[in-house]
Write a protein that binds this ligand. Structure first.
Ligand SMILES: Cc1cc2nc3c(=O)[nH]c(=O)nc-3n(C[C@H](O)[C@H](O)[C@H](O)COP(=O)(O)OP(=O)(O)OC[C@H]3O[C@@H](n4cnc5c(N)ncnc54)[C@H](O)[C@@H]3O)c2cc1C
Length: 445
């Protein structure tokens, strides 16, 4: 069996390695447009944060690891067309058109930082840096710039704002919502971060939608939003990414947002063709609702699921909780599952509760603030948000598991955890509140 995988980043590589485990005799071929494979998309942030001292260190896999698994790869191979009737893929390799056949095809071409709504956003002065070559260009350009406008206060935009303000750059951040990181946090939880952003001198332009970017080579860039404009040396496009799918044939069904429609087994509308990672929408929760959630953990997990289902549908994707964690402006912040703000669209009665928990039993212990979002009737946990000046990020993974396994608040109180006074508290942060009297739903009087 010949398995062709288009795109050698998180989803494609995860799929390739899993196919090898499941199909020891398969011929596996990865086709990748870039000259390198396995670049970490926020490599530039790692560099700006002094966590690596060379962009060449921002790779999550080495070619040798693929070779050891007998996975073939062809770099600088840009797929231009596919034919799902003949089962062929056409790609451009060093100026030559090449063709390969497949028995099974996995589309893992991911996404790019693009905007169709902002005129001029494709220009060279508008920095995008998901790929290694883009990051090299952005690094040079940013070193020569004193002022920067960042469009979009999602994870990429706010991280960039943090790292560049630390370098004393003059930062303007434009966001169409009325607060930052709205996909992952409720306003009340992210407020301390937003305050620190203002203290750091960031010009926060909330409730503002960018319409146009005007730039000429080597001149300052003008960004237009509403009736206002801001001029800076450079611009970063931090808006949501869009899938790279210009090569698809007409038999592959798409959603309205041009992502590929797949079922829970990662099967597309064409037999033998799968799609994974940033190319697709994902199930959120148990129903049929799907959403575009371009995150690494989803890319890896969908790659593994596709590999498991190549021959017949065996393993369904459990869904995504949009779990994230990062460090910004002095705070470790993490989120999983439903926010209170989005719960109004869920059709269920939802309650939220804030809790501040000391992290250890030591006198100078730091605290974590937790927001619990749960079903008002069943008490099943639906979402959680954490913020602390200590590194509590790993705790979000316990809470994601609790949501994935439908734990109630009462189940969480029973969850076993270790106790050691140096590292934990009487009540663990992920145990949920044990003091019933402060929980209105638990107070039977
Ligand atoms: C700046 C930035 C920082 C991010 N940081 C995080 C983070 O910290 N945590 C997190 O969870 N997510 C993060 N993300 C999101 C994350 O990058 C994506 O979810 C993830 O990379 C998706 O993996 P993928 O394999 O599906 O696609 P991609 O990583 O987009 O990879 C697709 C691959 O396919 C190749 N390709 C595309 N078209 C073709 C073609 N026609 N022929 C051949 N090859 C092709 C591309 O060159 C690329 O290598 C970040 C995104 C950005 C933009």
């Amino acid at each position: 069996m010949k398995v062709v995988i288009i795109g050698a980043s998180y989803a494609g590589i995860a799929a390739a390695l899993e196919v090898r485990k499941k199909q020891p005799d398969a011929e596996i071929v990865l086709l990748e447009k870039q000259a390198t494979l396995g670049y970490i998309p926020n490599g530039l942030h790692l560099y700006w944060g002094n966590e690596i001292n060379d962009l060449n260190a921002a790779y999550f896999i080495k070619k040798e690891q693929l070779e050891k698994q007998h996975v073939q790869y062809c770099l600088e191979a840009a797929v231009e067309k596919m034919n799902t009737v003949n089962k062929t893929v056409i790609y451009l390799w060093h100026g030559q058109e090449k063709m390969t056949t497949y028995d099974k095809l996995i589309i893992a071409t991911g996404s790019s930082q693009l905007s169709q709504k902002i005129s001029g956003s494709g220009g060279e002065s508008v920095l995008k840096y998901k790929r290694h070559s883009e990051a090299v260009t952005a690094l040079t350009k940013m070193e020569m710039s004193q002022s920067v406008t960042i469009i979009g206060a999602g994870q990429v935009g706010v991280e960039a704002a943090y790292l560049l303000s630390k370098q004393q750059k003059q930062v303007t951040l434009i966001e169409s919502m009325d607060y930052v990181l709205f996909k992952y946090f409720d306003k009340d939880m992210i407020f301390p971060v937003q305050e620190k952003m203002i203290e750091a001198g960031i010009d926060m332009q909330l409730n503002q939608t960018v319409s146009a970017i005007k730039a000429e080579a080597d001149l300052p860039v003008t960004v237009q939003f509403g009736n206002e404009t801001v001029v800076s040396d450079t611009v970063i496009l931090g808006v949501n990414v869009r899938p790279n799918l210009s090569f698809l044939d007409e038999h592959i069904q798409l959603h309205m947002d041009r992502t590929i429609a797949v079922d829970r087994y990662m099967r597309t509308s064409v037999e033998g063709v799968f799609a994974v990672g940033d190319c697709i929408q994902l199930n959120v929760g148990e129903g049929n609702e799907t959403e575009y959630i371009p995150l690494v953990n989803n890319a890896v997990r969908t790659g593994i699921v596709a590999a498991a289902n190549l021959i017949k549908p065996k393993t369904a994707f459990v869904g995504s909780l949009r779990t994230i964690g990062t460090f910004l402006f002095g705070y470790y912040i993490a989120s999983t599952g439903m926010t209170e703000a989005e719960s109004v669209f869920s059709g269920r009665k939802v309650k939220a509760y804030h809790q501040e928990v000391r992290l250890t039993s030591l006198p100078d212990a730091d605290t974590v603030t937790i927001k619990w979002v749960y079903d008002a009737t069943s008490h099943v946990l639906l979402g959680a948000q954490l913020i602390s000046t200590s590194n509590i990020l790993e705790k979000i993974n316990t809470l994601a598991l609790a949501i994935q396994t439908n734990q109630t608040l009462e189940d969480l109180q029973q969850k076993e955890y270790f106790f050691h006074p140096s590292f934990s508290q009487l009540i663990s942060a992920t145990n949920f509140i044990s003091w019933q009297e402060v929980r209105d739903d638990g107070n039977e009087n």
